[in-house]
Design a protein around this ligand. Structure first.
Ligand SMILES: Nc1ncnc2c1ncn2[C@@H]1O[C@H](COP(=O)(O)OP(=O)(O)O)[C@@H](O)[C@H]1O
Ligand SMILES: [Mg+2]
Length: 232
């Protein structure tokens, strides 16, 4: 029988406030933060109390780093918040988590498995993985496998599978984390990860020793057909 849960997973994944609620419920570490809606009073002291002085301000529903700012001190908050509101009616302010940025693909139907982890190295002159970095030559900034401790590697793979299940993803997903001193902290889950030649998910598949990209595409189509009740 057809199930609409893949649609729900993508809707939940697109709203970072909703996905963070689902991660927290599943025990997946998230960055401390708060959501602001249009018309809310902005209490700078409260924001600093929850998020610290160095924090990220971003539209809750968007992607590709539009409207996102790294705030270094509280005086920068009002303009960063105004900028994020240009992209939507809800804004997230989040503590800046210091550490190594990684992304972890997940694949499977009933039993899901995590793929080899990619480390995303920021160019020197860049404060975060923003729009400009996302579309430059990825071979310069991607490192597989990520150079993190075996404990953090295993934990991030486990958390990526937990995030996949928490949102109700089907077939594939790719979750982004910062590996902090206290372990991996999730940033977001891409429920329909990029699949171009230079995208992260296909790169992770290339680094498995038992799957090829065409096989994964083929099996995703079969999973979809089975869910739609079509024999294949
Ligand atoms: N709380 C945070 N701590 C550290 N870095 C962050 C945080 N939030 C965002 N970033 C940085 O900003 C980038 C984009 O943020 P993200 O939440 O993934 O938004 P988008 O959906 O636009 O990709 C991340 O890849 C990361 O480099
Ligand atoms: Mg992102």
């Amino acid at each position: 029988p057809y199930t609409a849960s893949g649609v729900l997973a993508s809707a939940c994944g697109a709203d970072k406030e909703v996905s963070k609620l689902l991660y927290a419920k599943a025990g997946i570490p998230i960055a401390p933060g708060l959501a602001l809606e249009v018309g809310d009073e902005v209490d700078i002291d409260h924001i600093v109390e929850v998020c610290g002085e160095r924090c990220f301000v971003k539209p809750a529903v968007n992607g590709s780093s539009y409207g996102i700012s790294l705030v270094h001190e509280p005086s920068e908050l009002p303009s960063a918040i105004a900028k994020a509101f240009e992209y939507g009616d809800k804004v997230l302010v989040e503590k800046c988590i210091e550490g190594t940025e990684i992304t972890v693909g997940v694949y499977g139907e009933d039993d899901v498995r995590a793929l080899p982890i990619v480390e995303i190295r920021k160019p020197e002159d860049c404060e975060f993985y923003d729009l400009d970095v996302k579309y430059v030559d990825p071979t310069d900034i991607h490192r597989i496998p990520a150079q993190i401790s075996p404990e953090n590697y295993a934990r991030a793979q486990e958390l990526a599978c937990a995030a996949h299940r928490a949102l109700g993803c089907l077939g594939i997903s790719r979750s982004d984390f910062i590996v902090s001193e206290d372990g991996p902290v999730i940033l977001e889950t891409n429920t329909i990860p990029g699949m171009t030649d230079t995208s992260l998910y296909p790169d992770e598949i290339r680094h498995t020793d038992d799957m090829t990209f065409p096989q994964v595409c083929d099996s995703l189509i079969r999973m979809g057909l089975r869910r739609a009740g079509v024999a294949c």
